[in-house]
Design a protein around this ligand. Structure first.
Ligand SMILES: [Zn+2]
Length: 165
C-alpha cells in the first residue's frame, strides 16, 4: 500500500471557501489551477485530483458551472455525465488493479460548489478498516506522487478512456 503524507486540510478548506471556483479557473487556464487532464469534450472534463488519496483518483465535471445536481441538469445532461463516469470506471479498472470503483458527488454551497464526481479506484488488498471513506479522506493523508508520475497516469487513463468511448 502507498504511504500517505499529512495534508493541510485547514489550509485547503480556507482556500476552497474564499477562492474562486477551482474547476472554472482550471477550465479558463488560470495559473495556479492547472490539473492533469485525463480527457475532455465539449461538455465535460476529467482530471486527476491534486490531492490524491489513491492512485488514479479522478474528478469528472461539467464545463458549465452548475451547482445543483438534482435541479441543475436535464436528465439527458445528467445521464451524459454518468456515461462518462461509467466509461472512466472501466478505464480505471483497466489501468489499475482495482477491486472497486468508488463514485461520490460532494462539495457544498460554501466551497467546491461546481458539481463534480469523484471516481476513485480502490486497490486490491486494502484492509477493510481502510476501505470506503477512509480510503478517500485526505484527513488520513495524501499520496506523494511527482509530476512525471501524475502525467504518466493521466495519459494512461486517458488512453484507456478514449478506447472505451
Ligand atoms: Zn465553476
Amino acid at each position: 500500500m502507498d504511504e500517505r503524507r499529512p495534508f493541510d486540510l485547514a489550509g485547503e478548506i480556507r482556500r476552497a471557501a474564499t477562492g474562486p471556483c477551482f474547476i472554472c479557473e482550471m477550465l479558463a487556464g488560470r495559473p495556479g489551477y492547472v490539473h492533469h487532464v485525463v480527457a475532455e469534450d465539449d461538455d465535460a472534463i476529467i482530471f486527476l485530483s491534486r490531492y490524491p488519496t489513491q492512485r488514479g483518483y479522478c474528478l469528472v465535471a461539467p464545463r458549465a458551472h452548475v451547482e445543483d445536481l438534482a435541479d441543475g441538469f436535464s436528465r439527458d445532461a445528467y445521464l451524459g455525465l454518468q456515461r462518462r463516469v461509467h466509461d472512466l470506471s472501466r478505464a480505471l479498472k483497466q489501468v489499475f488493479d482495482a477491486e472497486r470503483i468508488y463514485v461520490l458527488s460532494l462539495g457544498s454551497m460554501a466551497a467546491n460548489s461546481h458539481v463534480h464526481f469523484h471516481v476513485v479506484p480502490l486497490p486490491r488488498g486494502v484492509p477493510l478498516a481502510r476501505q470506503q471513506y477512509h480510503a478517500l479522506m485526505a484527513e488520513h493523508g495524501i499520496l506523494e506522487l511527482d509530476e512525471a508520475e501524475m502525467r504518466q497516469m493521466a495519459v494512461a487513463i486517458g488512453r484507456a478512456y478514449e478506447g472505451r468511448r
